[in-house]
Ligand binder design. Structure first.
Ligand code: G6P
Length: 356
C-alpha cells in the first residue's frame, strides 16, 4: 500500500496528499500540548551557538528556512549550497553543521559534511532515511519521518523538513519559552494542509496559465524559500521556465522580464510590515500588466491586485510557508500533468544524486 499509487495517477500526487499524515508522524510525541513545549530528546542539549546548514535542491530551500529560524532566535546561522561549501569551506568556528537531505546519500552534501567534520565541527543530519550514509556518519540525526518518497521531485519531505526544523530550533535556540504561540500552529498543520487539499483551486489556475512563457515566484522572509521551491518544482516536472525571487529584489533586475505573459505567483501572508512591503511588490508587477496569482491568508490586500487567489488558512508565518507550498505543489503538478510530462521521473533528473 505504501509503495503503490493508491488510485492516484502519479506517486507525486499521492505524496502531496500524504502530507497531513507525514506531518502527523513528524510531530508525534514531539510536541506537548498542555505545556506547549517541544521534545526532541537529547538533541535539545546541543544548544548551538552557531549553525551552518548544507544541502542541495529542495533541501537547500529548507536550509534557507532553517537558517532564518535560528537567526530569528538570535543564533548566527547560514545556509550553504553543499557543492559550494565543499568547494570553498567557510570558517566553522564552534558552529554545528547541519546537513539536510531527504535521502541521506547526496554526494555534494556528504562531501560538505565530511569537510566540516575534518575541520572539527559537530555534525547533524536532518533526514528521512534511517540507516543512510549521513545517518551513520553524522554525530547526530533528527528524522523527519515523512515515509518513503518515490516521486523524483521532493514534495512531502519538504513539508517534513520545515516542520522538523521548527521543532529543532524551538527545542534548542528558542528553548520552548519564547515561541509558545508556534506550537499550536504546528499542531494544526496536518488539518490545515488537508483543508487546502480538499478545496484548492490550483487545478483551475494551472489550466488558465499552462501556456505562459515563463513563471515567476516571489516571497519575503519565511516565504522566500517557498518562492524558490515553487519555481524549482515547476521547472523539474513541467520543463517550463520558472524563477523564484526575493520579493524585494524583483525591482533590482528581474522586473525587466515581467510582462503580460509572465504570471507572478506571490506569497502574500499576514498583515505586518513584511506583508505590506510584499503588497508593494505585487503592485509593481501588476502595473506592468503581469497576471498575479496571490497565495494568501486573506489578511492583506493582495486579493485586490490579484487575478487569481490560492487561499491558505490563517496561521503563523512559519506554518504558512508549509501551507503556501502545498498550493504551489498542486499548481506545478497540474501544469505538468496538462503538458503530459513524466511527472514521477522527469528527464535528466535522479531522486538521489551520488556524484559531485
Ligand atoms: C536531487 C533530487 C532533488 C533533491 C536533491 C537533494 O537533485 O532530484 O529533488 O532535492 O537531489 O536530495 P536530498 O536527498 O539530499 O534531499
Amino acid at each position: 500500500e505504501e509503495t503503490g499509487k493508491s488510485g492516484y495517477d502519479h506517486f507525486m500526487l499521492k505524496e502531496i496528499h500524504e502530507q497531513p499524515r507525514a506531518l502527523r508522524q513528524c510531530l508525534r510525541g514531539r510536541v506537548e500540548e498542555q505545556t506547549a513545549s517541544v521534545d526532541i530528546g537529547d538533541l535539545a542539549d546541543l544548544a548551538p551557538t552557531g549553525v551552518q546548514f548544507v544541502a542541495c535542491g529542495t533541501s537547500y530551500h529548507a536550509a534557507m528556512y532553517g537558517a532564518q529560524l535560528f537567526r530569528d532566535a538570535g543564533v548566527p546561522a547560514q545556509a550553504f549550497l553543499a557543492s559550494e561549501y565543499a568547494t570553498s569551506p567557510p570558517p566553522v568556528g564552534n558552529s554545528l553543521v547541519v546537513g539536510i537531505s531527504q535521502s541521506g546519500e547526496t554526494a555534494d552534501t556528504l562531501s560538505a559534511l565530511r569537510e566540516a567534520e575534518s575541520r572539527g565541527a559537530r555534525t547533524l543530519t536532518l533526514t528521512n532515511t534511517v540507516g543512510s550514509t549521513m545517518d551513520r556518519e553524522c554525530d547526530h540525526t533528527l528524522y523527519i519521518r515523512s515515509g518513503p518518497e518515490i516521486g523524483v521531485a521532493a514534495s512531502k519531505t519538504f513539508a517534513g523538513q520545515l516542520t522538523a526544523l521548527n521543532l529543532f530550533s524551538m527545542a534548542t535556540a528558542e528553548r520552548n519559552s519564547t515561541r509558545r504561540d508556534v506550537v499550536p500552529e504546528l499542531r494544526k498543520l496536518p488539518g490545515n494542509v488537508q483543508k487546502i487539499l480538499d478545496s484548492s483551486s490550483a487545478e483551475a489556475v494551472a489550466d488558465y496559465y499552462e501556456d505562459a512563457e515563463s513563471y515567476f515566484f516571489i516571497g519575503r522572509g519565511y516565504q522566500y524559500p517557498v518562492a524558490l521551491e515553487g519555481a524549482l518544482k515547476l521547472k523539474e516536472i513541467s520543463y517550463e521556465h520558472a524563477e523564484g525571487f526575493a520579493a524585494g529584489e524583483l525591482k533590482h533586475g528581474p522586473l525587466a522580464l515581467v510582462d503580460e505573459n509572465t504570471p507572478v505567483f506571490a506569497m502574500a501572508v499576514g498583515d505586518d510590515e513584511k506583508a505590506r512591503k510584499t503588497l508593494g511588490n505585487i503592485k509593481e508587477v501588476e502595473a506592468r500588466d503581469a497576471p498575479v496569482v496571490a497565495v494568501t491568508d486573506g489578511r492583506n490586500d493582495a486579493e485586490r491586485y490579484a487575478d487569481h487567489v490560492l487561499e491558505i488558512p490563517e496561521t503563523h508565518p512559519r506554518a504558512a510557508a508549509v501551507l503556501g507550498n502545498v498550493q504551489l505543489q498542486l499548481v506545478s503538478y497540474h501544469i505538468a500533468d496538462q503538458l503530459g510530462r513524466s511527472i514521477d521521473k522527469p528527464r535528466n533528473l535522479a531522486k538521489s544524486v551520488t556524484v559531485e
